[in-house]
Design a protein around this ligand. Structure first.
Ligand SMILES: Cc1cc2nc3c(=O)[nH]c(=O)nc-3n(C[C@H](O)[C@H](O)[C@H](O)COP(=O)(O)OP(=O)(O)OC[C@H]3O[C@@H](n4cnc5c(N)ncnc54)[C@H](O)[C@@H]3O)c2cc1C
Length: 341
């Protein structure tokens, strides 16, 4: 939270929001540059920020004035937000969600459990995907002080340890009617639109981790001596550094293409954000693993930056849709048929 306060002080929390709600109107590419620079040194700070931005983006795209007030709080940095899709029985198949939203007089009543929610407990606002009628879903805005919302204990994780991940429990949670975001029968469309941008955020977070690990590998190999000379002089080491650099730069090129497409070619943006997420997260895993290798035994020690980066990198292949799910989306773009994702 201390690092988030620094972002608030610097005015970075409002970078992604339009000027009409007090933000700086940064487009997706600008957001990506900010998240990359943060994740290069601290991926969990990047995660806290991009989770808030993804929450606020959906309110800005689909919300009315009442909803925009919550987005404005996030832009100011006075509130945090979370997006709640995943449930205990599954995260890949969003249409299998069991959390239910039913009408209760002039209110909505929510019942269900959301799993692995980033910023849960810290966030003031939660966007919840819930089944309304039959196969329809809505998205609902819930405040941490609403009656009927509680939080599980923070999960103990392999990486991203500076970011809380908790269950969100909704039990007879009553919220006013206006808290339904957009059409309560079109929740999957809202979720799907949000994922196009948030997958670019995950991609650039992964890219930042990869760049940070590459930076560490370059400086360590120049400083560390073996056989009477810096290990950076050995051809096998130089070849590894060259390969890692190509991986990082080619991932960045695809990501920038995807980020531009989100504004210019919405049709193809979904597949390109999946491609960027897939490539950048695989790059992050490969680069951090090799960065540990180049640090020798010191890289394997707890507290070494590259050890943390390798643990942080893994989740980028899993969340916001696993890389298998991204392949289904890309294949559907190329071949047609159903991705069911
Ligand atoms: C640290 C962390 C933070 C998270 N933050 C959030 C958050 O803020 N909000 C949120 O809603 N969720 C969040 N999640 C949840 C995350 O998005 C899910 O874990 C992810 O989507 C996978 O869902 P699952 O864990 O249920 O795995 P499953 O869906 O059970 O998948 C298990 C395995 O089966 C594979 N698989 C599933 N379906 C197919 C298929 N059709 N074809 C091929 N392979 C398939 C998957 O790729 C995976 O390898 C977070 C998770 C973690 C660990």
């Amino acid at each position: 939270m201390k690092s988030y306060e620094a972002l608030r002080r610097e005015g970075i929390t409002g970078l992604a929001a339009p000027a009409r709600i007090g933000g700086q109107g940064g487009d997706l590419l600008t957001q990506c540059i900010a998240i990359e620079e943060l994740s290069r040194v601290c991926a969990t700070t990047g995660l806290t920020l991009m989770t808030c931005w993804s929450f606020a983006d959906s309110l800005i795209a689909f919300g009315r004035d009442e909803h925009l007030a919550a987005a404005e709080e996030v832009a100011r940095g006075s509130a945090l937000g979370s997006w709640c899709y995943t449930e205990p029985q599954g995260g890949s198949d969003l249409s299998g969600a069991r959390t239910r939203a039913s009408r209760h007089g002039s209110q909505w009543r929510l019942d269900g459990t959301k799993r692995f929610i980033t910023n849960a407990g810290w966030s003031d606002w939660y966007l919840v995907l819930a089944r309304t009628e039959g196969d329809s879903f809505g998205v609902f805005l819930v405040n941490r002080h609403d009656k009927g919302i509680t939080f599980g204990k923070p999960e103990s994780k392999m990486g991203m340890r500076g970011s809380p991940t908790c269950d969100v429990y909704l039990e007879e949670c009553l919220i006013p009617e206006w808290r339904a975001l957009g059409d309560p029968a079109k929740g999957l469309e809202i979720a799907s639109a949000s994922l196009v941008e948030s997958r670019c955020h995950v991609a650039v977070q992964a890219l930042g981790i990869a760049q940070g690990a590459l930076d560490e590998a370059v400086s360590y190999t120049k400083e560390r001596n073996q056989f009477g000379r810096p290990i950076a002089n050995f051809q096998l080491v130089r070849g590894m550094i060259a390969d890692l650099t190509v991986k990082v730069e080619s991932s960045r090129a695809l990501l920038y293409q995807a980020a531009g497409m989100v504004h210019m070619d919405r049709e193809r943006a979904r597949a390109f954000s999946s491609m960027a997420k897939l490539l950048c997260s695989d790059t992050a895993m490969a680069v951090t693993t090799d960065a540990v290798q180049l640090h020798g035994g010191y890289g394997y020690m707890e507290g070494s930056p590259v050890e943390r980066m390798m643990r942080d990198a893994k989740i980028t292949q899993i969340y916001e849709g696993t890389n298998q799910v991204q392949r289904l989306i890309i294949a559907k773009h190329m071949l047609g048929g159903s991705s069911r994702a």
